[in-house]
Design a protein around this ligand. Sequence first.
Ligand SMILES: NC(=O)C1=CN([C@@H]2O[C@H](COP(=O)(O)OP(=O)(O)OC[C@H]3O[C@@H](n4cnc5c(N)ncnc54)[C@H](OP(=O)(O)O)[C@@H]3O)[C@@H](O)[C@H]2O)[C@@H](O)CC1
Ligand SMILES: Nc1ncnc2c1ncn2[C@@H]1O[C@H](COP(=O)(O)OP(=O)(O)O)[C@@H](O)[C@H]1O
Length: 481
Amino acid sequence: MRQAWRVADVRAAEKSLMATLPDGTLMQRAAAGLARRCALLLDGDVYGARVVLLVGSGDNGGDTLYAGAALARRGAQVRALLLTPERVHLAGLAALRASGGFTTSHLPDRADLVLDGIVGIGASGGLRPPAAAIVRRLGSLRGRTGDRAVIVAVDVPSGVAVDTGDVPGEAVDADVTVTFGCLKPAHVIGPAAVRCGEVELIDIGLGPALVMSPAVQLAETSDIAEWWPVPGATSDKYTRGVVGLATGSAGYPGAALLGCTGALAGPSGMVRYAGSAHAEVVRAHPSVVAAPRVADSGRVQAWVCGSGLGTGADARTELRSVLATSLPVLLDADAITLLVGGKHAEDLRRDAPVVLTPHDGEFKRLAGESPGADRAGAAARLAAWTNAVVLLKGDRTIVATPAGEIWVNPTGSAALATAGSGDVLAGLLGSLLAAGLPAVKAAVAAAFVHGLAGRHAALDGPVTAPDVAAAIRPVLGRILQ
Ligand SMILES: NC(=O)C1=CN([C@@H]2O[C@H](COP(=O)(O)OP(=O)(O)OC[C@H]3O[C@@H](n4cnc5c(N)ncnc54)[C@H](OP(=O)(O)O)[C@@H]3O)[C@@H](O)[C@H]2O)[C@@H](O)CC1
Ligand SMILES: Nc1ncnc2c1ncn2[C@@H]1O[C@H](COP(=O)(O)OP(=O)(O)O)[C@@H](O)[C@H]1O
């Protein structure tokens, strides 16, 4: 499992660690790691390489100047563009000069490597105009072989909102981000994460001082392998859990079929379907036991309700039936729409877990406003308000619990942006709930595997929802081997 911390917590940890160390130690550790990574990016060919430093007025600029000094000592031609020459890290600048580096008053046309040290975790608001103007021109810098210069962001790409992952305006689009001590939310959430490129974490000894809860957590393959329920010698189809799907309608039978496909790829021992697409479902999936309504269905251990269900009186009845059980319930799509206006909000005050899986539109309908710039915060607020685990879909899907625990999914793939892929996710997640996984782990694990399935399916070309479902099995084969 990986974790990311908010700026205030990073600062507190840094302060307590610095109290035990000689002045400047952390910056020296950070700069040494940064310089090492830069040398690797130059293929070890540091001598003669053209390196441009973009240097802001804070310690982020200080890290950058010291790293530039280290590269200059190895023979690189290092030029520092100081954004505010009157406010620069003086010791860092002296180190650069002493090592043979220079300052420059303009952005050169050519550079092999650019270090973005304009602003780090001390950023407030969007980049100011002079910095934004420089950042806009970075894409046109050419290096030794005529390729675009390699851009390394120091700690975070300048211009991103560090605690939320938002990109409010112009921001550096880095190839590599070298960060120090721990990950921050911008490395893993939202459009900022995309701007980071590859993220390298340099250990500066901050770990033991990070005693506060992380802002967000990220599952890794080993977590999924550990959590995923697998049948044992004494398992039978019932003890593995039975998942029920109250989805689809005469107008949208496909949602029922896709949800069942996702559920069948999951760990439960049986899939029951309740709804008007029952004949189509059984034709397509002979192992599914189908009935026309929830009330006619046999026992299950978790319900998935909503995809393609419609919002009429019948849909309302089915939603009420699943919410009246004492079982875990996943509400997706039309079931979320039916909750709007608080008509069923009181039904969410139940002891058994509820998982809501909105995309942005459904989120807006339910919460009354879009997730906005702080997607993790928005998901956490909705989770607290609804007393449900909220899985907010997107490029970096967020999972938030009513208690404020937040996870972000690292495996997303734009290939999943295809109709019906959310139905597959709902089925898979429901299967995990039925197999007994706690709601938050079920949501995190389903998003993780679904994301990998999207990537796997995309290897063969353009992806449709059935391709995503078909890819779940090979992906799981690799995870669980
Ligand atoms: N934490 C750690 O463990 C360690 C941290 N380390 C390093 O320190 C960095 C944090 O340094 P920091 O605190 O000096 O802040 P920093 O990011 O340089 O920014 C402040 C300056 O930027 C300016 N500025 C602000 N907003 C702006 C905007 N929108 N657009 C343009 N400018 C803007 C602001 O100007 P002002 O508002 O004062 O006019 C201020 O002068 C951290 O990211 C890491 O690299 C490592 O050395 C060691 C371990
Ligand atoms: N650009 C994207 N990158 C990664 N994942 C995406 C992207 N767009 C959508 N997804 C994922 O695709 C799925 C789409 O679900 P949803 O919007 O409910 O579609 P549908 O209702 O058609 O099934 C979600 O899991 C979401 O996280």
